[in-house]
Write a protein that binds this ligand. Structure first.
Ligand SMILES: [Zn+2]
Ligand SMILES: [Zn+2]
Length: 143
């Protein structure tokens, strides 16, 4: 459940990111998917990203497996990415989910990332960016 009583909203579980992203983006129909480690199945990651360019690399806290999400691989060496730390508690481990805003033909038009600090439970969106090509089915699978 999302606690909206404090300055920064918190979520008691990773699933709260779905609602948070829909409120943040003001898009009820936002299609939100969890990022899960393909090696161990856990959902806690350290993040390195560029907030506007659509480049997010997740590192699994459990097994260390790294993955660059969506189509960010192409830009990884071209943009300056930053390690993300929680603005409240300084922790660098998150649950992360990806929200897709779709065009009428189903292709993705805008991507939102939603994060939940696993220590203090604060919810945030560190990255969102437009997608200006199609079809997007292949890149969507890469989470
Ligand atoms: Zn893992
Ligand atoms: Zn925190």
């Amino acid at each position: 459940m999302i606690d909206k009583t404090k300055k920064f909203w918190t979520g008691s579980s990773a699933a709260d990111i779905d609602e948070y992203l829909r409120l943040y983006s003001e898009l009820d129909e936002l299609d939100v998917h969890p990022v899960i480690c393909h090696s161990c199945g856990k959902d806690v990651f350290a993040l390195k990203l560029h907030g506007d360019e659509g480049v997010i690399r997740v590192t699994c806290a459990e097994c260390g497996t790294q993955k660059i999400l969506l189509d960010g691989e192409e830009l990884w060496h071209e943009v300056r990415t930053k390690n993300v730390k929680c603005k409240l508690c300084g922790c660098n481990h998150y649950n992360i989910r990806i929200g897709f805003h779709r065009r009428e033909n189903g292709d993705v038009k805008w991507v939102y990332s939603g994060e939940r600090c696993v220590q203090c439970e604060v919810l945030s969106s560190y990255a969102d960016w437009p997608v200006n090509y199609g079809p997007t089915a292949e890149m969507e699978k890469n989470i």
